[in-house]
Design a protein around this ligand. Sequence first.
Ligand code: MLT
Ligand code: ZN
Length: 452
Amino acid sequence: MSDLEDVLRGVVGDQHVLVDEDLKAQYQTDWTRRFSGEARCVVRPADTAEVAAVVRACAEAGVAVTVQGGNTGLVGGGVPAGGEVLLSLGRLTSCEDVDVLEAQVTVGAGVTLERLQQHARPHGLDVGVDLAARSAATVGGLVATNAGGIRVVRYGSMREQVTGIEAVLADGSVVTRLVGLAKDNTGYDLAQLLAGSEGTLAIVTRVRLRLVPLLPARAVALVAVDGIGGALDLLAAARAGLPALAAAELFLSEGLDLVRAHGNLAAPFAEAHPAYVVLECAARTDPTDDLLEVLGECEAVRDATVASDVTGVAKLWAYRETHTEAISAAGVPVKLDVSVPLRELAGLVADLPGTVAAAAPGARPIIFGHLGEGNLHVNVLDAGAHAEEVTDAVLRLVASRRGSISSEHGVGRAKARWLPLSRSAAEVAAMRRIKTALDPAGLLNPGVLLSE
Ligand code: MLT
Ligand code: ZN
């Protein structure tokens, strides 16, 4: 093997530089099977110092690096385009003691969200972000993509949880600011700049996170409504009447049919309805009465079922959380993740089927997502050879309604060419200047976020 692989072996040890095709395979394709690319080799460093040494070696050799966490991304941002060194952060699993006084914790980038939750909960604290891929998604990836998920309506996205960061820059130097001060106006906030930068500006290796109170009493309602108008009326009522509101999610009848067939789930109601909302309240004491009161007063509610025991809550959540796996089982979808102002949501949902059909006759849009943020996951099945046309048509429709072409999954490689639909020429130019300043040779995640 070449000099670079030898240097990398010297840094991380022989067994952590993978060059055999069968060993590299799992890193080279994303889990949805939509993105794949050949890595020159896969390198698995154990800590920040090793990441820095790997990056320095790659910079000296002029070889680009693709950074990967749990490989649960949905926009091809963690999969190589071809020829890069794939840097897997899965071994950066340090978990410092939970700081109960500050309600913060510092962990390595490779710690999974589920592990972090298990680490925090015995201390009466919890992570403000939660999402269905919790068992595999890693903290580094969550920060790099500014992941959202089901709790944004209450605690904001990943960016809002970050109070400090350690990261390796493109030249191998390390910036560390992990003290997690609640107030600190001493110049540019590098942690916030790196959150959502998709590994294009630096490689996040450790993160200090704000934790939230663990709220053990939960009540979940699955609510049937007539359509998006009804869902929004219910959202408004929940926001005003439920201080304990912790999630407000949406899916439509087509998604419910798919999920039921895939998971062999019973129908939640005697009759089918056009749209369904999952509301979750979380508090120290049982929030069921408040939830029932709001449901009882809201005219948009057509039917509802409520649970507060662990099994019942999990059963109701399954209708929403198994959408991704049920869709993947039905085929390889075009996955779009958009958001619009809430007032535009009903119009967007009404326009989507026609827009999709015009771009790909016979294609089936499955629409679900995070109601609280106007964030729809538009997954299109059976688009055949028209994936590009469907993507273009839907993203243009979203832009015409002042929306975002990537609400929470990031831009990755998949959406880079559509970035100008959501960002002005001046904004994209400013982003390129930041990229050039921090990574002048363009070695970190080339082709991700900013097209080449
Ligand atoms: C989810 O909210 O379930 C995921 O972000 C959606 C997806 O797989 O498109
Ligand atoms: Zn989502």
